[in-house]
Design a protein. Structure first.
Length: 165
């Protein structure tokens, strides 16, 4: 893991968590994070959403979501609050897709933050690491797989850069 260097977004998320006393994976709870970041968290019958109403930040989570999916959707919607402005329904498709790709990346870093990677034993095989991430951070396996892909790609790039320089 010594080759792994976080990107700016990862650093910003980890710093924001740490400044708000979110240090342990057990603190990555929707209600706890919502309180720490002054987000009104509500149940919704009509789908999940993120919205600003004046100075009020609101995240609505569809009430039929299974627990792990609910956590993923929560981080996704929080990403919209912190990265974007505007109503996606009034945007061009290309811009909406761009925002969604940014938010998917945010979800990886918010659900499995850089400063908490020390809780994972990266000396194990990938399948075990993904399982351990899923158990530790309580998010769907797909999120853990994508986070591992990101980590491995960053480490491969760093290794390649050190060889080529």
């Amino acid at each position: 893991m010594y080759l792994y260097k976080p990107c700016d977004l990862e650093k910003r998320i980890s710093e924001a968590y740490q400044q708000n006393g979110i240090i342990y994976p057990s603190q990555l709870d929707e209600e706890y994070i919502a309180r720490k970041f002054d987000i009104l968290l509500v149940e919704s019958k009509f789908g999940s959403f993120a919205e600003y109403c004046d100075d009020l930040k609101i995240v609505g989570l569809h009430n039929d979501l299974e627990l792990l999916k609910r956590r993923e959707v929560f981080f996704h919607e929080v990403g919209h609050l912190f990265l974007h402005v505007g109503d996606q329904s009034k945007m061009a498709d290309s811009f909406r897709y761009f925002q969604e790709s940014q938010t998917k990346r945010f979800t990886l870093f918010a659900a499995i933050p850089y400063h908490m990677l020390t809780y994972i034993d990266f000396s194990q095989k990938r399948d075990f690491i993904v399982y351990e991430m899923q158990e530790t951070f309580r998010v769907p396996a797909e999120i853990c797989e994508r986070r591992m892909d990101y980590i491995e790609n960053k480490m491969f790039s760093a290794k390649l850069a050190s060889i080529c320089s």
